[in-house]
Design a protein around this ligand. Sequence first.
Ligand code: GDP
Length: 297
Amino acid sequence: MVLAELGSRLKKALSSVSDEVILDEKAIKSMINDISVGLMESDVNVMLVGKMKKNIESQIDINNLPKGINKRNHVKQIVFEELCKLVDPGVKPYQMQKRREPNVVMFVGLQGSGKTTTCTKYAMYYARKGWRVALVCADTFRAGAFDQLKQNATKANIPFYGSYTESDPVKLAREGVKQFTDERFEIIIVDTSGRHKQEENLFEEMEQVSKAVNPNDVVFVMDSSIGQAAQDQAAAFKSRVSVGSVIVTKLDGHAKGGGALSAVAATSSPITFIGTGEQFDEFEEFDARGFVGRLLG
Ligand code: GDP
């Protein structure tokens, strides 16, 4: 079930409450059930849905509501807050600092997740806000990685660093960050290698690059189409490098986006941006309340 379908499903469940002549326990139960089924069909983890269901039920005591309260709005508000909690772990992500030293941000993720494209989107986002941003390609694993980053960076007008011949990602990362630090760039983004699956080589390389550049933030890029598997993947990356924020990509496709967003949030990783297309401006800040608000219409 894609996000738009989830949205209409949730809206329908909530409006079923509005349409009830008498708002009784039965009506509430059936609404919570509809919401739960919609979330599960959107690939949200069964346990997360179960927890949310319990939370909602425990907050609604239809027979003992404070006087003068609008029951329907009260129910809607509780559901809204619980849905927000599903996609927002309540952890603050790293904030860019205006200071003498640069903000070094390292990107990690599996191959094909959209990491290189997202590095450019992220660079452009900050460049447009007036920051001096540069990109370092430390992906020596995938043939053509540097060419791709170079093409993207050129198109986006972002200075870049990389090499066709150097095969040591740690050396490349260190040199690139040093060069741009000397040139007084404010944000230096380091794109690292991906692999097709979580494997030891990838994690070791990630750790070494991280040690070499000592990033202020590590951004984990994840393809939303993996649904529930997101939780395990995010946890695996987090266990090896200090992931500070997550960007979920390809939320424009037929992905069961709810699954990925809630699964990542369950690992206490704040989602900062979402990718909504292949173009560099198809990139949005992620705000849990705004997102749920739009979903509920
Ligand atoms: P990497 O291997 O992780 O560096 O992934 P790439 O940046 O090369 O992206 C893999 C593919 O996903 C490319 O075809 C990108 O254009 C595409 N892609 C990246 N982000 C998005 C997104 O948000 N939406 C869509 N539809 N495609 C994306």
